[in-house]
Ligand binder design. Structure first.
Ligand code: PLP
Length: 394
């Protein structure tokens, strides 16, 4: 009886805090914001007929991301998943290899590995960043691998481990220095799934510019959107050239002949989408400051409920606060679904974290480490409304 009352109270208190921060209106988890030149640029594409995979907005969009992130090369793609897939292809991940990924991520990270014919090797996250835990990864690799002439071999499966994909969860940078050290020790590349972290800095440097190559996403629910879209970032110009070639049907430059020199992909971002992206990039600093205001309001509001924590950016990092998250006390993990029910019933869209990859049927048999932290966080984390416009409400 007493237990039941306490549970009800936490859910009710969370709904009250959401109402304080967001006001009474129903809100979704993340909505796009079009307050600037979006309409003018998209109309320009239609008026001029440049709507498809050639056109000046694509170059302009790529250049805007280059100057914003400091990454030397940016190639826009049709989706973030395509960006990840192309990144793995040029990073030389082969059919039958294993690639380390975090258990707690959106399914696209694991899908991109599987689309190569490679096998996700699922590793645990750390609670302070919600990203891959470099200390546990080092110990794991020291235990299970042999580094020989054929590369880093998983002695349990006999397969080569050809890379690590880290992911900056909800926009919070993971421990990039720690992970780069581990990758250097085992001589494998770090690939960043930076789909959620446009605008997030690790020690003043933009996420996605640390690894060999990385992927961004501009899906409709991300910090900026092109409708659907993504981009590859890399400081390695040779890799950038290979990505451009591969994502443009591997066509050789020629005045009229159609000469393709390998099996390629049509992964280019249409000009129409890039036009939207240019207007969104212009507004990015404003979105980021609004999202920070909203995050601070959540921190202050949830500090008043014992046993509920509003997740804050890791030390030394600046997060874009793409999606805000609250964490229930481990003892209250059992009421997560009651909180989800109560908040959604009240009109505030909330969601649990993604189901960890090893708990999905197609990745259940993948090699993995112990995944205690991923499972614990999944059991008690709840994402709450995070659109930048929400900083203007209440
Ligand atoms: C959004 C996202 C992607 C890419 O998704 P697309 O919808 O294909 O753009 C990849 N990884 C993570 C972690 C994401 O959140």
């Amino acid at each position: 009886m007493t237990q039941k009352n306490t549970d009800k109270n936490i859910a009710t208190e969370i709904v009250q805090k959401l109402a304080e921060v967001l006001g009474p209106d129903a809100t979704s988890l993340h909505e796009p914001c079009f307050e600037g030149n979006e309409w003018a640029y998209v109309k320009d594409c239609i008026d001029t007929g440049w709507v498809s995979t050639a056109g000046s907005y694509v170059n302009r969009f790529e250049e805007m991301i280059v100057s914003y992130t400091g990454s030397e090369n940016v190639i826009a793609t049709g989706t973030g998943t395509q960006a990840l897939h192309a990144a793995l292809l040029v990073a030389n991940v082969q059919h039958g290899d294993e690639v380390i990924i975090p258990a707690l991520t959106f399914v696209a990270t694991a899908n991109a590995v599987a689309q190569i014919g490679a096998i996700p090797h699922i590793a645990d996250i750390e609670a302070g960043t919600l990203g891959l835990d470099p200390r546990k990864l080092r110990t794991h690799l020291e235990t299970i691998t042999d580094n020989g002439p054929d590369g880093l071999i998983n002695t349990a499966t006999g397969r080569k481990i050809s890379g690590v994909i880290c992911m900056h969860t909800f926009g919070h940078p993971c421990d990039l220095e720690g992970l780069l050290n581990v990758c250097q020790q085992f001589n494998i590349p770090l690939i960043e799934d930076a789909a959620e972290s446009l605008g997030s800095l690790y020690k003043d440097q933009h996420t996605g510019s640390f690894g060999l190559i990385s992927a961004l996403s501009f899906n409709g629910n991300k910090t900026i959107t092109t409708g659907g879209g993504g981009a590859i970032m890399t400081n390695d110009s040779t890799l950038a050239d290979r990505v451009r070639h591969l994502t443009r049907t591997a066509k050789q430059a020629h005045n009229w002949e159609f000469i393709h020199d390998q099996v390629g992909y049509n992964y280019r971002l249409p000009n129409l989408n890039a036009a939207l992206g240019c207007a969104q990039m212009e507004a990015l600093p404003m979105y980021l400051s609004r999202k920070r205001i909203l995050a601070y309001r959540y921190h202050a509001a949830f500090a008043e409920i014992p046993g509920v924590e509003s997740f804050a950016e890791p030390d030394g990092c600046k997060s874009n606060y793409w999606l805000n998250a609250i964490l229930l006390d481990p003892a209250d993990a059992g009421i997560r679904d009651d909180v989800l029910q109560a908040t959604n019933d009240a009109g505030y869209m909330t969601r649990p974290a993604w189901r960890p990859m090893h708990m999905l049927p197609m990745f259940a048999d993948c090699p993995r480490t112990r995944l205690d932290v991923s499972e614990d966080i999944y059991a008690r984390l709840i994402n709450i409304p995070s659109s930048s416009q929400l900083a203007l409400s209440a």
